[in-house]
Design a binder for this molecule. Structure first.
Ligand SMILES: [Zn+2]
Length: 236
């Protein structure tokens, strides 16, 4: 049975997979480590073939490394469309956002979808504006949900034999808090997610500070899904 084997069996892409501990370390929304990881998929034109690879930050951020690699390895033909999906442990900083916009402006056939596990220094106004600018130039940005963790585990991780469905589960509330904060960024609302660190116990605390403008500006279904408002119940 295929599920009794690891992904290496018969998978020519196994050398590009990362180890389970690396995936858990990089994509845990509670872990605020410095290093970043990028898992990416590239699809050209109408081809069903998907190129997958992974990258980590060096002296440069992973986004810049991707752009350099893509630009140097590919003789880009503008008549062929190209769709790129990124799974990033951190959302792009404002400098990377700028570089991504420049990269895309020179390649109108490229579409980019970015899933992020965490928001990078999300209270920094330049970073917030950088994400808005990316969205305004057509980039889709979303917080990674359990379905994306599942997808990455199966396609990018060298999971042990028989552990195909054993992708790491993280607190769903945390993903909803990040999704809520991303909405605040998109809508130019003040930040509502406060992250602090208790160094002594290595604890990371996530706190929510909703303001009146959040209730007015954030779509009710988002507040509802995060459990911040409840549907009125009518008793008969
Ligand atoms: Zn960056």
């Amino acid at each position: 049975m295929a599920s009794d084997q690891g992904p290496s069996a018969g998978d020519p892409t196994s050398r590009r997979r990362i180890e389970p501990w690396e995936f858990e370390m990089f994509f845990d929304p509670r872990d605020l480590r410095k290093e970043a990881c990028l898992l990416y998929e590239i699809k050209w034109g109408t081809s069903h073939k998907i190129w997958r690879n992974s990258s980590k930050n060096t002296t440069k951020h992973v986004e810049l490394n991707f752009i350099e690699k893509f630009t140097s390895e590919r003789h880009f033909c503008s008549s062929i469309s190209c769709s790129i999906i990124w799974f990033l442990s951190w959302s792009p900083c404002w400098e990377c956002s700028k570089a991504i916009r420049e990269f895309l402006s020179q390649r109108p056939g490229v579409t980019l979808v970015i899933y992020v596990a965490r928001l990078y220094w999300h209270m920094d106004q330049q970073n917030r504006q950088g994400l808005r600018d990316l969205i305004n130039c057509g980039v889709t940005i979303q917080i990674m949900r359990p379905s994306e963790h599942d997808h990455c585990w199966r396609n990018f991780v060298n999971y042990p034999p028989g552990k195909e469905a054993h992708w790491p589960r993280y607190p769903p509330l945390l993903m909803k808090l990040y999704a809520l904060e991303l909405h605040c960024i998109i809508l130019s609302l003040p930040s509502c997610l406060i992250i602090s660190r208790r160094c002594q116990k290595q604890l990371t605390l996530f706190r929510l500070a909703l303001q009146n403008c959040h209730y007015q500006g954030i779509p009710p279904q988002i507040l509802l899904s995060a459990g911040l408002i409840q549907l009125p119940v009518t008793w008969r």
